[in-house]
Design a protein around this ligand. Structure first.
Ligand code: GLP
Length: 254
């Protein structure tokens, strides 16, 4: 596992964008797994800047998002589809038919999940999966006590996650309680993983994900078993790690 510590949120976004850009440069037809939330917003802005500066060809990539709220249509401003369109897709040259998110308005959940997995498989699998992390250590919407064997599936959101997401909705009642998420097995199938985290409220989850025991109670801990994980951490999110290291290291491997 490679840990890169950034001095602030902006630097975290830049470093993560550079890693994604390198992937696209080395393999223009890369399959990229994208994440949503506040953490990657700066990274998307940096990617758009790289594209506008003419340094990035995004025309051949295929994308799969980690998750989507259940029963939010793609044109709902709180949906992750809307987020991706606003923060990335509408700013770059990309074939929209090659961008994918689970469809929260589907009629048959089972069929939607199976179909999503098939599409990932048919695209050749995910080359680089971007992840954020929940305060409770969730990745995608794989909440504590997740089954490590699960692929894309319907999830019931934890109270902690519902509360954390409430900031994006007019009231608590409007926050979706269910979502469709890639499973841990889907995420672990990606050839490379890039996890980003920012803010002191993520420090404990990051510490446990790296040094804690591998347990479904902390879904991100499974990443210890993945052969190619890079974490780009804003220094507050890494604050417990530097104490463990005993010095202010900027980059290290565990
Ligand atoms: C949501 C998303 C996750 C994201 C997490 C953290 O639950 N499903 O993919 O990593 O929130 O979000 P934020 O970056 O806003 O802290």
């Amino acid at each position: 596992m490679r840990i890169i510590i950034a001095k602030d949120y902006k630097e975290m976004g830049k470093k993560a964008a550079n890693i994604i850009a390198s992937q696209m440069i080395l393999k223009p037809e890369s399959v990229i797994g994208f994440a949503t939330g506040e953490t990657p917003l700066g990274m998307y802005k940096e990617l758009v800047d790289l594209y506008k500066a003419g340094s990035l060809d995004t025309s051949k990539i295929t994308t799969f998002n980690l998750d989507e709220y259940y029963r939010l249509s793609h044109d709902n401003p709180q949906s992750y589809a809307y987020y991706m369109h606003e923060n990335l897709f509408k700013h770059i040259h990309i074939e929209l038919s090659r961008t994918h998110l689970p469809y929260g308005m589907c009629e048959d959940i089972e069929e939607e999940c199976t179909h999503y997995e098939e599409k990932i498989k048919n695209a050749g699998g995910i080359d680089l999966q971007v992840l954020g992390i929940g305060r409770n250590g969730h990745i995608g919407f794989n909440e504590p006590d997740v089954k490590f064997e699960a692929r894309t599936h319907m999830v019931e959101l934890d109270q902690d996650t519902i509360e954390a997401n409430a900031r994006f909705f007019p009231s608590m009642e409007d926050v979706p309680k269910q979502a469709i998420s890639m499973g841990i097995k889907t995420i672990m199938g990606a050839r490379k993983i890039l996890l980003m985290a920012s803010g002191a409220e993520k420090a404990r989850a990051i510490y446990d994900a790296i040094y804690g025991k591998i347990t479904p109670e902390l879904p991100a801990s499974i990443l210890q078993l993945h052969p190619d994980v890079t974490m780009v951490l804003e220094k507050e999110a890494a604050s417990l790690l530097t104490i463990v290291q005993g010095k202010q290291t900027r980059e290290f491997a565990v």
